[in-house]
Design a protein around this ligand. Structure first.
Ligand code: ADP
Ligand code: MG
Length: 729
């Protein structure tokens, strides 16, 4: 019998690796050719304009109309020389995707001869009608306009013969409708606050930049098999599927040789990424079968986020060329590891220093310690916010599921630095310290061999780990925009640095000497933040208990976690620092609850449909076959022979009936619950209801479907199985 699964399997088997394409091996020769970068600006702009614009960007100043016009005309000439016909403002709306609306460069003129046009006005601002993008109630339908405005700090690039100009996106009334607007605000906030603190140590530090190096995990599935799985196509994850006999238990995929078909895909998207100036660096197989990772060299956080969003688009396109579909979902397959997007975060100074890199002199050590301890304090203070920003329906499958960081936020710093903090706590005296005592404390870090700092005892179970010269926020979901995580980190650390400076000034006004006052403050912070420091196994049950004793939150699901968006602490943080207004914060909270509701609603509908039109009909067909067989046996066999020989068939017939009734019952109940949920007006109550009363049915139904999958004749099963989707050869 032929069914759609076998057709798909046959097609998948015919997908051979693409013939190896020749890409120029010297990447430096074409890296960034599709980016209007410094090199392109130098070539296409008059010297004085080039100088003004680079200075404007460097100092985050407003760009005047004359300069914008000249930059626009240079961009136009440059992009047309590269074959571009259109331009678009490229922005990152709150649906987590990228948005573009293309306009052609050419404009018809009155004498019927068209000319190529693109001026400063087109570059600087547009008014896309954005009524179909999420706004969390910020935009009335009668005023659907939004503005997109040029972000000169992220270079324009060409994709698909279109000049893409990175922009921010705000409502007509001025509220931010994207991830970039608040991000840029936090970047300038952290620049300001961190620079002020650096000035206490080193007058030559005048600018501080947040850096981000993300690591993107993803799965690949053959296109034919993907298309035969409505759950994958509609929800990005499998809602059913029995675990294969072999999964990741042999640990034979991680860092293994990359399959030829996958390798061709990687080579091509890396080539495309390099042309776009994305510094893709590392590629390897991940833990689960068919799971892979890409990591670039870190960049300034705003550019890094644009690059992450862009690379996801590029990977998706290239995957299709290779007859793959890429899955960025946090948990596409139950029972095998899910995907994350580690966010490596640090601060770099204009003097080329990494503020989270311990130095070799006592002075730089104290600078390091100051940032290090303030970071820990900030995470302790805003742990719930950091938990909230990474919450999503997809990430709920991962966090706390013993393969990813727990839902409890804690910080891992390694044994060496733990010792350093212990010493400070112990040795800093309330009395005036002697110069020798202070020097000894400062020297402690210098005594840690560099090699140990570089290879900190890596704890893979911590959501926030210090890894030698940066903090790694590991709990971010693979499908997420890094924006919210970076906004929360930047803002909470900047705010902490501000408080530190205020307290320090007060102490110094009271006559305390600077170093001594710093040590005392750091000691207080260490004592206060102790509960957030955890070096043990984050996956263990003991940690859940211990964390509770320490008063740390364990917010297990998205609807619960999101409430931190509206806490007094969060409001104070964002509103006082001019990152979000209360209205904007509420909008973001609402959008995320809504997104949660929609995801669970869609998953529940898809599973209901699949159970009804794929699973139950197949089960009935197979059951009929068994019934016919039993009837036939009854006709030809003696009573005694029949009892012996029809035993298994009769047992399976019964089992199938049991599973069918259970599925029917649960699907019916689930639909009722959905109806109840949809009648709830208040969004948090609705999302909690979806979480607690609708979502459990997904597991209940799946349990019975997966049992049927192993009972029913393989020839009849219509949906590609895990073992078929998970092993690309
Ligand atoms: P691992 O898998 O052990 O975490 P990777 O090499 O995969 O290590 O990833 C390390 C990541 O950290 C890379 O994305 C890299 O760019 C990033 N990184 C290194 N230094 C910094 C820094 N100073 N700031 C931000 N990110 C950094
Ligand atoms: Mg990592």
């Amino acid at each position: 019998m032929s069914n759609r699964r076998f057709t798909a399997l046959k097609e998948a088997l015919s997908h051979r690796p693409e013939a190896s394409k020749e890409f120029p091996s010297k990447v430096s020769e074409y890296f960034g050719v599709n980016v209007f970068d410094d090199r392109a600006m130098r070539e296409y702009l008059p010297d004085d304009v080039y100088r003004s614009i680079t200075e404007n960007i460097e100092k985050s100043e407003k760009i005047d109309k004359r300069i914008a016009d000249q930059v626009a005309s240079a961009m136009r000439a440059w992009s047309i020389s590269k074959g571009a016909t259109h331009y678009t403002h490229w922005f990152l709306p709150l649906n987590g995707a990228t948005a573009e609306k293309h306009d052609a460069f050419f404009s018809p003129s009155s004498d019927n001869r068209s000319v190529e046009q693109f001026n400063g006005g087109n570059l600087v601002q547009q008014e896309p009608d954005a009524s179909s993008l999420p706004s969390g109630g910020l935009r009335n339908t009668f005023e659907a306009r939004g503005y997109s405005a040029w972000d000169p700090s992220s270079p324009a690039f060409i994709m698909d013969k279109t000049l893409c100009i990175p922009t921010i996106f705000v409502a007509y009334t001025g509220e931010a409708l994207d991830f970039k607007t608040p991000l840029l605000k936090t970047l300038s906030l952290i620049d300001h606050e961190a620079t002020e603190v650096c000035q206490l140590f080193d007058r030559s530090i005048t600018k501080v930049t947040a850096t981000l190096g993300w690591e993107q995990e993803y799965f690949l599935v053959d296109e034919a098999l993907y298309s035969a799985r409505p759950d994958l196509t509609m929800t990005g994850r499998t809602l059913l599927g029995h675990a294969p006999a072999k999964g990741q238990q042999l640990e034979d995929h991680y860092f293994g040789a990359i399959a030829p078909r996958v390798m061709e895909f990687m080579r091509e998207f890396e080539y495309e990424a390099w042309k776009l100036g994305i510094p893709a660096k590392t590629r390897h197989n991940e833990v689960a079968p068919n799971q892979f990772e890409l990591a670039p060299v870190y960049e300034e956080a705003n550019i890094a986020i644009d690059h992450n969003q862009l690379v996801m688009v590029v990977m998706e396109k290239v995957a299709r060329k290779h007859k793959f579909r890429i899955l960025f979902h946090e948990k596409p397959f139950a029972g095998v590891n899910g995907s994350g997007k580690h966010n490596n975060w640090s601060l770099a100074t204009n003097t080329g220093k990494n503020l989270f890199s311990p130095g070799h002199t006592p002075k730089t050590n104290l600078l390091f310690l100051t940032f290090f301890v303030n970071f820990i304090k900030a995470v302790h203070t805003h742990a719930d916010l950091l938990r909230a920003v990474i919450a999503s329906a997809g990430n709920d499958h991962r966090l706390g599921a013993n393969e990813a960081p727990p839902a409890i936020i804690s910080v891992f710093i390694g044994s060496q630095l733990t010792k350093v903090l212990d010493e400070i706590e112990k040795k800093v005296k309330d009395r005036k310290m002697t110069p020798e005592e202070k020097t000894e404390l400062k020297l402690n870090i210098g005594k840690i061999p560099q090699i140990i700092l570089d290879n900190t005892d890596r704890n893979r179970t911590s959501p926030m780990a210090f890894t030698g010269n940066k903090f790694e926020f590991r709990a971010v979901g693979s499908a997420a925009n890094c924006g919210p995580a970076m906004i929360a980190l930047n803002a909470s650390i900047a705010n902490q640095l501000k408080e530190f400076r205020a307290e320090l000034e007060k102490a110094m006004e009271n006559g305390e000497e600077k170093d001594e006052a710093i040590f005392k403050l750091l000691r207080t912070y260490i004592t206060q933040s102790r509960p957030i420091l955890f070096e043990g196994n984050g996956y263990s049950d003991e940690w859940v208990e211990e964390a509770q004793k320490r008063g740390l939150s364990n917010l297990k699901n998205t609807p619960e976690a999101l409430q931190a968006y509206l806490s007094e602490k969060t409001k104070k943080l964002f509103i006082e620092n001019n990152i979000f207004s209360e209205k904007e914060l509420e909008a973001r909270w609402e959008i995320r609850h809504e997104n949660y509701v929609k995801v669970i609603q869609i998953e529940s509908r898809v599973l209901g449909d699949l159970a009804g039109n794929h699973i139950i009909p197949t089960a009935i067909r197979y059951q009929k076959l068994l019934v016919d067989n039993v009837k036939g046996l009854k006709e030809i066999l003696s009573e005694e022979q029949f009892t012996q020989q029809a035993d298994l068939q009769i047992y399976i017939i019964g089992k199938i009936s049991e599973h069918i009734s259970a599925i029917r019952k649960y699907v019916k109940e689930m639909i009722e619950k959905r109806k109840e949920a949809n009648a709830i007006e208040e969004i948090h109550t609705r999302s909690s209801f979806y979480c607690n009363d609708v979502k459990p049915y997904l597991d209940d139904i799946r349990y019975h479907v997966d049992k049927l999958e192993i009972l029913i004749d393989d020839e009849m099963w219509t949906l590609p199985k895990y073992r078929e989707m998970l092993f690309i050869k």
